[in-house]
Design a protein around this ligand. Structure first.
Ligand code: AMP
Length: 185
């Protein structure tokens, strides 16, 4: 059974790069709710069309919808064997509570990059949903909704915070050190 990890980080924190590294390093399955939603949008499903209106506005989809998506994904056999790195979920306190009723999480990781730097990086990458308004909306949602979910893992003694500033290699090294230290305890 592989590790069951959750990673938090603002968009623009370099989370995508580090997730690719971590799933390779630990052999876990990358479960990214943002990627799953973008796939649904690209596939042109009814669900994708609904998801898109939220995503383009920088708003979160309803908790019950996301909990359903994640419950189904974490129930699949590949995840049961290899473990997972959950990315983009939970985004709210109710999602965090629902997750822990679904599965025991070994460790939550907070990849910390401050708001000003995250804003700068999102503006620089110029993705389709990176309009200045959507960026501000996302940062505000992170502060008001996701920070409480992070605090909840911390209150359970199940969070490690890692500084996300540095070269990708420096940050990867820091992450593995922090994760191995905590998983080895
Ligand atoms: P991400 O790539 O993780 O930043 O996700 C892109 C967009 O998908 C977000 O801005 C939200 O609109 C939506 N989304 C992804 N994960 C969640 C979630 N756990 N809860 C609500 N909305 C989500």
């Amino acid at each position: 059974m592989g590790p069951r990890l959750v990673i938090f980080g603002r968009q623009g924190a370099g989370k995508g790069t580090q997730c690719a590294f971590l799933v390779d390093h630990y052999g876990a399955v990358h479960v990214s709710t943002g990627d799953m939603l973008r796939e649904a949008v690209a596939a042109g499903t009814e669900f994708g069309a609904q998801a898109r209106t939220f995503m383009d506005a920088g708003q979160l989809l309803p908790d019950e919808v996301m909990v359903g998506v994640v419950r189904e994904r974490l129930g699949a056999p590949d995840v049961a064997d290899a473990g997972f790195l959950l990315d983009g979920f939970p985004r709210t306190l109710p999602q965090a509570e629902a997750l822990c009723a679904i599965v025991a999480v070994d460790l939550a990781i907070n990849l910390e990059v401050d708001e000003a730097i995250a804003r700068e990086r999102m503006l620089a990458r110029g993705r389709g949903d990176d309009t200045p308004e959507a960026i501000e909306e996302r940062l505000a949602a992170y502060a008001s909704q996701t920070v409480p979910a992070i605090a909840w893992f911390e209150s359970q003694g199940n969070l490690v915070t890692v500084d996300g500033i540095g070269t990708p290699e420096e940050v990867s090294t820091r992450l593995v050190e922090a994760i191995d230290r905590r998983l080895g305890e």
